[in-house]
Design a protein around this ligand. Structure first.
Ligand SMILES: [Zn+2]
Length: 388
C-alpha cells in the first residue's frame, strides 16, 4: 500500500464536533504508537489524516477483507492500554462514585457528562470496545462512505460494522429533537455509531477538548473548546496543542460560548508559533431539571486570538492573575466582558467601547486588589488597539 491509500484516514462524517473528537482521538492513538509524521486536513466538516506510513504497519492485529470492504487494522496497545486499566478499575470499584477522582480519565469523562444515568452504560460500553481494540482500518479510503457502509445515524438498521452505540450529547452535540440541522431528525431516536467511532470520540474528549463546567443545583452547563485545522496542519502541531486542551475547569458562572477561548488562552503557558492556520471549535451543552439541550457551535480564528493574548501577556504580565482574580466573578460580569472582547477582536467590533467597559469594571470593582489593576489598563488598551 502506498501513502495515498494505506497512509490516509478519513473521519466518518458525523458532524464537525464528533469528527473533530474522532480526529483528535485518532492522532493521539497513532502518536502513542510512535506515528506522528504527517498532516491533518479539513474537508468541510470532516478531516483527512495523511500519514508518512502505511497504516498496515501500525496495526497490532491485521485481518483480511471483511463484509465492510476494507482490511481491518486493529490497534490495542499504547494509550489504549492505560485507559483500559482506568475503566477496569472503575468497573470494579465500590462505590464507583469514589473512584472518579482517582483517575484523571474517569474524572474528565464524568466532568463532560450531563446525564448521570448514562454514565455507567457509557463507561462499560467503552471498556468493552477498548478491550477488543480499535479498528482504524474503518477509516481508510475504501470506507470513505464509512457512515453509510456502517449504517450509522438515526435509522436503526442493522450495521455491517458490529454493534452500534449511542453517540451521547457530550460526544456529538446532537441529541433527539435538538440535533443540528445536518442530521435527519426523529424525536427520541438516538444517533448511533460503530464501536470505533464511539471509542475514538470518547478518547478525543479526553485529549483534544478543554472543558469548562458550571454546576448550580440541578443546572449544569458545559462549554467545550477544541483546536482544529482551518485548512491543513502538521500532526505534531495538533499534538502540541492537545497539551493545552487536556484539562477541566470548574467555573462559578455560566460560561458564554464566546468567552471560553479567552479564559483558556489567558491562563497557562503562552503559545507562540505558526498557529495561523488553526481554528478554535467551541460548543455548549446544558441541562436544567430534566431537559438536556445542545446549544450553539462556534468556529473562531485561533491565530487572531493568540496574537491578542500574546500581546496582552507581554504588555500586562499580570494578565493571567487578573483573569483569575477579577474576571472570573460568580455573577458572570467578567465573563460577559470577555465575550465582548472576543467579539470585538474577531468580528471588528467597537474596541473603544470594550476598553471603556473594562476600565469601568475595574475602577468600580468590589475588590481593592482588582481596583489596583485598573492602573495597568492603559497598557491593556494598547494591546487591544495594536491587534484591532
Ligand atoms: Zn463508525
Amino acid at each position: 500500500m502506498g501513502i495515498d491509500s494505506g497512509g490516509t484516514l478519513y473521519t466518518p462524517g458525523h458532524g464537525l464536533v464528533a469528527d473533530a473528537l474522532i480526529m483528535h482521538g485518532l492522532i493521539r492513538v497513532l502518536a502513542s504508537k510512535g506515528v506522528y509524521d504527517g498532516y491533518v486536513e479539513r474537508i468541510g466538516d470532516r478531516f483527512r489524516i495523511v500519514l508518512n506510513k502505511p497504516i498496515d504497519e501500525i496495526c497490532d492485529d491485521k485481518g483480511g477483507q471483511g463484509r465492510r470492504g476494507s482490511d481491518s487494522c486493529v490497534v490495542r496497545s499504547g494509550i489504549i492500554n492505560n485507559i483500559r486499566l482506568a475503566l477496569d478499575s472503575y468497573r470494579r470499584a465500590k462505590p464507583r462514585r469514589f473512584l472518579r477522582n482517582f483517575s484523571r480519565y474517569i474524572y474528565k469523562f464524568d466532568s463532560s457528562n450531563i446525564n448521570p444515568k448514562s454514565f455507567d452504560p457509557w463507561m462499560s460500553d467503552l471498556l468493552k470496545n477498548i478491550r477488543s481494540g480499535i479498528d482504524i482500518g474503518l477509516y481508510s479510503h475504501d470506507l470513505y462512505d464509512h457512515k453509510g457502509i456502517c449504517r450509522e445515524g438515526r435509522e436503526g438498521r442493522k450495521s455491517r460494522c458490529g454493534d452500534l452505540y449511542t453517540l451521547y450529547m457530550n460526544l456529538s452535540s446532537v441529541y433527539g429533537k435538538y440535533s443540528s440541522s445536518n442530521f435527519m431528525v426523529k424525536e427520541n431516536i438516538y444517533y448511533r455509531v460503530c464501536g470505533a467511532c464511539f471509542t475514538l470520540a470518547s478518547l478525543g474528549l479526553l485529549f483534544g477538548v478543554f472543558l469548562n463546567r458550571y454546576a448550580s443545583g440541578k443546572n449544569v452547563s458545559i462549554v467545550f473548546v477544541s483546536v482544529i485545522p482551518r485548512n491543513s496542519v502538521e500532526i505534531a502541531d495538533l499534538l502540541a496543542l492537545q497539551r493545552l486542551t487536556e484539562g477541566v475547569r470548574d467555573v462559578w458562572f455560566d460560561m458564554p460560548l464566546l468567552a471560553s477561548p479567552m479564559y483558556l488562552l489567558s491562563s497557562g503557558e503562552t503559545l507562540y508559533g505558526a498557529y495561523g492556520d488553526l481554528d478554535i471549535l467551541t460548543w455548549k451543552i446544558a441541562v436544567s431539571g430534566s431537559s438536556q439541550r445542545s446549544l450553539d457551535i462556534v468556529v473562531m480564528d485561533l491565530g487572531r486570538l493568540l496574537e491578542f493574548i500574546s500581546e496582552v501577556k507581554y504588555t500586562v504580565p499580570e494578565w493571567p492573575r487578573i483573569v483569575d482574580q477579577c474576571l472570573s466573578d460568580p455573577d458572570g460580569e467578567g465573563a460577559t466582558l470577555m465575550a465582548e472582547l472576543t467579539e470585538a477582536i474577531l468580528f471588528n467590533g467597537d474596541l473603544y467601547r470594550v476598553a471603556r467597559e473594562f476600565t469601568s469594571f475595574f475602577t468600580n470593582h468590589g475588590s481593592s486588589a482588582c481596583r489596583d489593576y485598573s492602573s495597568r489598563l492603559y497598557r491593556f488598551a494598547d494591546a487591544l488597539f495594536s491587534v484591532g
